[in-house]
Design a protein around this ligand. Structure first.
Ligand code: SDX
Length: 392
């Protein structure tokens, strides 16, 4: 019993773990981080504040947030040797392949100084990961362009720093647009954590063996890349562009309903939400704000709105309880801000690192935790004797 929530013993027995970080009610479309509703956090909070909340369990006082933000800022630079890891990739390597490789390589720099049985060293590793992800993601983008890397600037916010490292160039000063900074910060909040999704479960399973947190987060990045998971934001925008015009929507909706057609509406449906993903609502509002601020019209937004309207009124989608999820509108915003579609999932990984490290810390600090060992239902051959080659 905690607050108004009660535990269903049946569910607990099948749950993969017990956690106090994020609560989802898929039927009601509820998402709480440490008890706070996602729409309130998206409206009133900053990503740094949410990162503190996820990691430490409660909203920080001003002095706590200032100290936390400063600590993160002072970890944003990466070791100069790390730059060489980028040189090994082709310029057209997908940013998620770069993120997987480079974040995994962080183990080589911090493995020896990360005794995961020491809470202080666990926290430092968490700060390093949260702080360095924007720098590495920006470097992945710059590398693909053949442009020079920009060092972090400590007088900028977490998100402002990321925007400057991504879009700035050494040849001229970069002015952070406060509306874009706020929108980007909100997108990071909406992607920060989401209970035991596939990539978070990957991080927990890897961490349960005692692997160092940098390797665990690299495993989470690999899992997030899949189009059924974090790769859906890139796939959703590509799908909306392929539909191209509202007059083509019906055809695609029929294809999505055809069991013989592997096509699915990207950005729709969810393993847990059987109601509107509360993050998708905030994302749609943010899309309208950003396009207005940038004085942009994007025909893809009209397609998205009409597709949502048609799908939400189509018996198939209503019966299967398929609603837009966090990935349906995010690509429209990221595209408007200037990110190439290949960077979308890298941005998801950047933000989700905060949830991953919070969940990793929660698991590792539990003295009762044991190595994960998912069980299987064996449906293979019963025992039989070996058959010599000439009798096969
Ligand atoms: C994320 O777990 C998380 O929390 C993930 C995430 C997070 O923050 O970490 O929320 C982020 O990954 C969001 C999901 C992004 N993926 C997509 O948008 C890809 C498109 N969506 C589908 O691939 C699908 O909806 C899944 C993978 C998300 C869920 O698939 P399931 O488990 O099959 O969904 P379901 O059981 O609820 O499906 C019910 C039915 C199925 O048909 P039947 O087998 O019952 O006949 O609906 C069908 C599905 O085939 N269906 C779809 C559909 N999604 C499900 N049909 C058409 N289009 C779709 N998008």
């Amino acid at each position: 019993q905690s607050g108004k929530f009660t535990y269903d013993p049946g569910f607990t027995s099948t749950a993969s773990c017990q956690s106090a970080i994020t609560y989802i009610d898929g039927g009601e479309g509820v998402l709480l981080h440490r008890g706070y509703p996602i729409d309130q956090l998206a409206e009133h909070s900053t990503f740094m504040e949410v990162a503190y909340l996820l990691l430490h369990g409660d909203l920080p006082k001003k002095n706590e947030l200032d100290k936390f933000s400063k600590t993160i800022t002072y970890h944003t630079m990466v070791h100069e040797q790390l730059v060489h890891f980028f040189r090994g990739f082709r310029r057209d390597a997908h940013p998620m392949s770069v993120m997987c490789g480079v974040v995994g390589a962080l183990s080589a720099f911090y493995h020896d100084s990360t005794d995961i049985t020491d809470p202080t060293q666990r926290l430092i590793a968490s700060h390093r990961l949260i702080a360095k992800m924007p720098t590495i993601a920006a470097m992945a983008h710059k590398y693909s362009l053949g442009q020079p890397f920009l060092y972090p600037q400590n007088d900028l916010s977490y998100t402002g720093n990321f925007l400057r490292m991504t879009f700035g160039v050494p040849a001229e000063p970069y002015e952070v647009n406060p509306v874009i900074e706020r929108a980007m910060d909100r997108i990071f909040i909406l992607h920060a954590d989401h209970e035991q999704n596939a990539s978070t479960s990957t991080v927990r399973l890897a961490g349960s063996s005692g692997a160092n947190p940098f390797a665990c987060i690299a495993a989470g990045i690999a899992c997030l890349w899949g189009p059924a998971h974090g790769g859906a934001n890139e796939a959703a925008l590509n799908m909306l562009r392929e539909i191209g015009d509202v007059k083509n929507i019906k055809t695609y909706v029929e294809r999505a309903k055809d069991k013989n057609d592997p096509f699915r509406l990207m950005g729709f449906g969810h393993r847990v939400y059987k109601n509107y993903d509360p993050r998708a609502k905030v994302m749609q509002q943010t899309a309208e704000e950003v396009l207005k601020e940038l004085n942009l019209t994007d025909p893809v937004l009209d397609v998205a709105r009409e597709l949502e309207h048609i799908a939400l009124n189509d018996d198939y989608f209503v019966e299967k309880k398929l609603y837009p999820n966090v990935d349906f509108y995010s690509g429209i915003i990221l595209n408007a801000i200037g990110f190439p579609t290949e960077m979308f999932t890298a941005l998801f990984a950047l933000a989700r690192t905060t949830g991953w490290v919070a969940q990793w810390n929660e698991m590792i600090s539990d003295p009762e935790q044991k190595i994960g060992r998912p069980r299987q239902l064996y449906v293979g051959a019963t025992q039989r004797d070996y058959v010599p080659m000439d009798e096969r």
